[in-house]
Design a protein around this ligand. Sequence first.
Ligand code: GLU
Length: 319
Amino acid sequence: MSRRSPPVIRFAPSPNGYLHPGHAFSALFASETARMLGGRFLLRIEDIDTGRCRPDYERAAYEDLAWLGLDWEKPVRRQSEHFADYQAALKKLRDLGVVYPCFATRAEIAAAIANSGIGAKHWPSDPDGAPLYPGLYKNTPLREQNRLMWEGRSYAWRLDMEKARDLAEKIACGPISFIEEGEGPDGKRGQLTIRPELFGDVVIARKDVPTSYHLSVVVDDALQGVTHITRGQDLFPATYVHRLLQLLLGLPEPRYRHHRLVRDETGRRLSKSARDMSLRALREGGATPDSIRAMIGFDGLRALSGEVGPVRRPESASE
Ligand code: GLU
């Protein structure tokens, strides 16, 4: 009789700022899910943006997570050490003919949208609020692509969304879907049919950084055998692109557990820019791991069922 390998769950912060209570919720949610499923808990450092990610933020993340009482398997995978893996995946997508090099500058894209006759205000956006790519350089002949690359022009590899979706649907033998075991933004769960085309021709890699969040996350989740992806609802739409890439690259399908976001008293999502609300600032102001759990409304099982109260700034942590 073959023994099934245990579930694998990860928390994957990007060290481009100090962790805040929203990260604490996500990390606790992931580690608690691993504990409940009798699985392994991994930490992954998503530092492909070498310009914004800093080693001191990474060190601070380890410190903050350990202080919260979390323990994870070592060694930790750092994405900046694995660009070759992402390049290999990009090569597969190129061989499938579902990506194209796009040489458009920001100014060119803005001008194309402004001159479209629709106007920037009414131009459609993707689920993250970014304007859909207007398709410049999509049908550039190979010779011209080679000439521009030879000239040393900057470029991004974009997914030809229509082609990619059609091929992925063929591979899936039907519409693209994923299994939500947590809670989507509208409370939906179960097998959800998704529309990656809402993102248009997304960037999958760049000349200078030969990957993207979307590409490296699916490659790593597969390489690390992640079975359950837990993360905030802000990344729910990104799952559309991830499932598409998993199908195209022949990667296994994980299950998803999206959780509600921690918000402040005004209903705003906590973000790294709220420096005074970093875990370390709160700690310096006298917070304890228990008071952080109370602050974010994380009490294990209840948190897993999606109840997250607003975060109130403790008196002691204010300036
Ligand atoms: N690195 C991403 C972030 O910090 C999370 C990636 C994921 O969980 O898929 O927002």
